[in-house]
Design a protein around this ligand. Structure first.
Ligand code: ADE
Length: 249
């Protein structure tokens, strides 16, 4: 899989692409990432990439020409990409979207900046994506968030496939269960007895119950969606009823 990133701040991606799981995925060639400086596609000697908005108003707008030229260059070099534009008012990024993106061969991410991009750029954009209802200074962090969530889904990137399956939101779509490691007691806080028992079946049941409890408490709308979509077993549905009843008394 390949990412082509278009940004006015290419240096921001250096550490991200060098360190940790993502760094390894890049250096082993499991993912190819090219970061392009939008200014390299400007055609005047000052390498201007933005301009004042027609009709007046505050801020600057990213000009269309450098973006189209970069798109043509990237398409010629690596084949036509699926184009994602980061914008605070785009479609909300989710695990489902990450999974969908991880199956694509080549994604180009255009990092939005300033007040936005010239609307004509949308003619080459497949998806406008927001990472949440807050406004950042630019689309670089959103681009990294999207790439991180997608790259870790590429087969072979995470050593332990099991950790993927146990993930919050993955598998069934429930939140993760509480985890503990040694020591068994720290500052008076004890690890739940069941986890020390070595009883694998009971541990699995305890974890499932914890996962369901957490999801009911923190993200009740996820539980309602799982029920509506028929994703839960009879046993899980009974557990949910039990927990809800406990909470109502
Ligand atoms: N650009 C600025 N804020 C953003 C957000 N929340 N998501 C995506 N792109 C953005």
């Amino acid at each position: 899989m390949r990412f082509s990133v278009l940004t006015v701040l290419p240096g921001l991606f250096d550490c991200f692409l060098r360190e940790g799981v993502i760094g390894k995925a890049v250096s082993s060639g499991k993912v190819k990432v090219n970061v392009f400086n939008l200014r390299d596609f400007a055609f005047d000697k000052h390498r201007v990439v933005d301009d004042v908005p027609y009709g007046g108003g505050p801020g600057m707008v990213l000009k269309p020409e450098p973006i189209f030229r970069a798109y043509d260059h990237i398409s010629e070099r690596y084949g036509k990409p699926y184009v994602v534009l980061t914008e605070p008012w785009g479609e909300k990024f989710s695990q489902d979207m990450a999974l969908e993106f991880s199956k694509r061969e080549h994604i180009m991410i255009i990092c939005g900046r300033y007040e936005g991009v010239d609307e004509r750029v949308k003619s080459i954009v497949d998806r406008e994506v927001s990472i949440g209802d807050y406004v950042l200074t630019g689309g670089e962090l959103p681009a990294m968030v999207i790439m991180d969530a997608v790259i870790r889904l590429i087969p072979g990137v995470l050593g332990n496939e099991e950790s993927l399956r146990a993930d919050s939101f993955m598998g069934k779509g429930l939140l993760g269960y509480p985890n503990y490691t040694r020591p068994a007691e720290y500052r008076g806080m004890k690890v739940p007895e069941i986890l020390l028992s070595g009883h694998h079946k009971r541990i699995e049941e305890w974890r499932r119950e914890q996962s369901i409890r957490r999801t009911i408490e923190r993200r009740p709308e996820l539980i309602e969606k799982l029920i509506k979509d028929g994703k839960l077993s009879g046993e899980e549905l009974r557990l949910i009823e039990k927990i809800k009843k406990e909470k109502s008394v």
